[in-house]
Design a protein around this ligand. Sequence first.
Ligand SMILES: C[S@@+](CC[C@H](N)C(=O)[O-])C[C@H]1O[C@@H](n2cnc3c(N)ncnc32)[C@H](O)[C@@H]1O
Length: 305
Amino acid sequence: MVEVPRLLVSLPPFHDTLEALVQGHSLKNAFTRLSNAYRQGESSAVLKERADYLAYAVARMPATYAVLETVLSEVAKRWPFKIKTFLDLGSGPGTAYWAADCEYYKAVERDVSFIRLAQELGVKGEWVQSSLESYAFTPVDLTLFSYVIAEIKEYENLVMRAYDATNVLVIVEPGTPAGFERIRLLRRQLIVQGAHILAPCPGEGECPMKEGNWCHFSKRLARSRLHRSIKGGDLGYEDEKYAYIVATKTPGFACRARILTHPHVSKARVSLPVCLGCTLQSITLKKTKLKWGDAFEALDSQPKE
Ligand SMILES: C[S@@+](CC[C@H](N)C(=O)[O-])C[C@H]1O[C@@H](n2cnc3c(N)ncnc32)[C@H](O)[C@@H]1O
C-alpha cells in the first residue's frame, strides 16, 4: 500500500485578490486554448489577451506557489544564512514573491502584462522589464528560475551567469523526464564550477538515476472553487509534480538521503526508497511519518568542508 499524501488546504495569499480580478471575465475558453497550446509544446509566449493572463494565473499560480513554498522552506532549513535579497528570473505573475521570505524582492520579466498582473496582485519589489539574456547580473543572496528554463533556448550559459552572482541558486522545473534532464545537466555543470548541492541531492556525487527513471517530487494541493471553475473535473485536489535543485557557493546542511517516492506501507513495516547520493536504496522502518521528498533526517550530515 502506498501512503496517501497530506492535503494542503489553506488558500494561497493572493487568492482573494485574484478572485476579485477575474470577476466579469470568462476564462474557460482562454484556459482551453492555453492548455492545448502548452500540450503542443508552446511556451508562455502564446499568452496575448487579458483573459489569457488571468486564466494562466488561476490555473498555475496555486500549484507553483505550493511547490515554491516547499522548496524555499527546504532552503531555509538547510542554508544557515538569512536571505535578504531575492532575484526572481522570468517572474511571470510574481508567484515566488508570496513564497519568499526576504527583505528585498527583485523581478526580471520581459512581458509587461505579467508585470502589471503581479503588481495588481500586490507584489511589492523592484521590476526590470528585460529579456533574461540581456540582464546585467548584480550580487544577490538567492536567485530563482521557476518554470522558466524550458522557455530559454540557450539556458546553460545564462544559468552559469546567474550562479556567478548569487549565493544560492534555485531551479524548479516540471517533474517530467525532460524537466529532470535539464536539472541533471545543469547540476553537472554547477558542480564543475565548484557548487555545493544543498537539495534535493545528498551531495555532489554522480546522479544514480537510470534511464526510464527520473528524480521528481509531488505536492498535493486543494483546488479552490475559483480553480475548479476553469479547470473543471470532480477532484477536490491536484498533484503538482516538480523537479528542482538548490546549488550554493559555500556548504550548507545537505542531507544524506532523500525519499524518492511515496513510502510503501505494509502491516509490519514501511519501506522508503531513498537516494544516498551515488546509489539508490530501500530503507525499512517499523513506522515513520516521513513522506516523498523529505530528507531522511536520521542520516543528516554536518556542513561539509
Ligand atoms: C512558465 S512562466 C513562469 C512564471 C513564474 N516564474 C512562475 O513560476 O510562476 C515563464 C515566465 O518566464 C518569462 N520568460 C521566458 N523567457 C524569458 C526571457 N528570455 N526573458 C525574460 N523572461 C522570460 C515568461 O515571460 C514567463 O513570464
